[in-house]
Design a protein around this ligand. Structure first.
Ligand SMILES: [Zn+2]
Ligand SMILES: [Zn+2]
Length: 167
């Protein structure tokens, strides 16, 4: 996701359009995620001159699949976000949101990747009332009923039961 800003820096143009598809590299944490099945992300935006520096505005979107953290059901996840940043030539010691560009080429991969990671929910559920899977038989309790709970016997009574059956 590299963009050459030479024309912008030399004032030949006032803006550089961004329009591309971000493909993830295999060793990214997102590629290994167990909560999301990721897909390429459509990215569109613009880099504009803003005094001495430049401003970056872009939108990204994609359709991913996620697995409910409780019942493991597969659902569609609409990924979208907007990034508005300043692009600066001098790195500042202070922590800021600026995108630092050393040469005339800006690489937006990390900027977008980090924004996606920051905004992903830590827990994804098909429904906040999702009942999840039965820990004993693995049945999806949203769609089926299992009898595990009924068959569970208090261990103190289980001993008593054995007493009677081995009589
Ligand atoms: Zn669920
Ligand atoms: Zn069960």
């Amino acid at each position: 996701m590299k963009y050459d800003l030479t024309q912008l820096i030399s004032q030949k143009v006032n803006e550089v359009e961004i329009d591309s598809i971000l493909e993830f590299t295999k060793d990214d944490d997102l590629s290994k995620s167990e909560s999301f099945k990721i897909a390429p992300v459509m990215v569109a935006g613009v880099v504009k001159r803003n005094g001495e520096n430049f401003s970056l505005t872009l939108n990204y979107r994609s359709k991913w699949t996620y697995y409910c953290n409780r019942c493991l059901d597969e659902l569609e996840y609409e990924l979208e976000g907007e990034i508005v940043r300043s692009i600066v030539k001098e790195r500042n010691d202070a922590e800021d949101d600026n995108v630092y560009v050393e040469s005339a080429v800006i690489d937006l991969y990390d900027v977008i990747y980090n924004d996606i990671v920051l905004n992903l929910p830590s827990q994804v559920l098909c429904d906040e009332n999702c009942k999840g899977l039965c820990p004993d038989c693995g049945a999806n309790l949203n769609t089926s009923e299992c009898t595990c709970e009924d068959e569970k016997i208090d261990p103190r009574f289980a001993k008593l039961k054995n007493l009677f059956t081995h009589d």
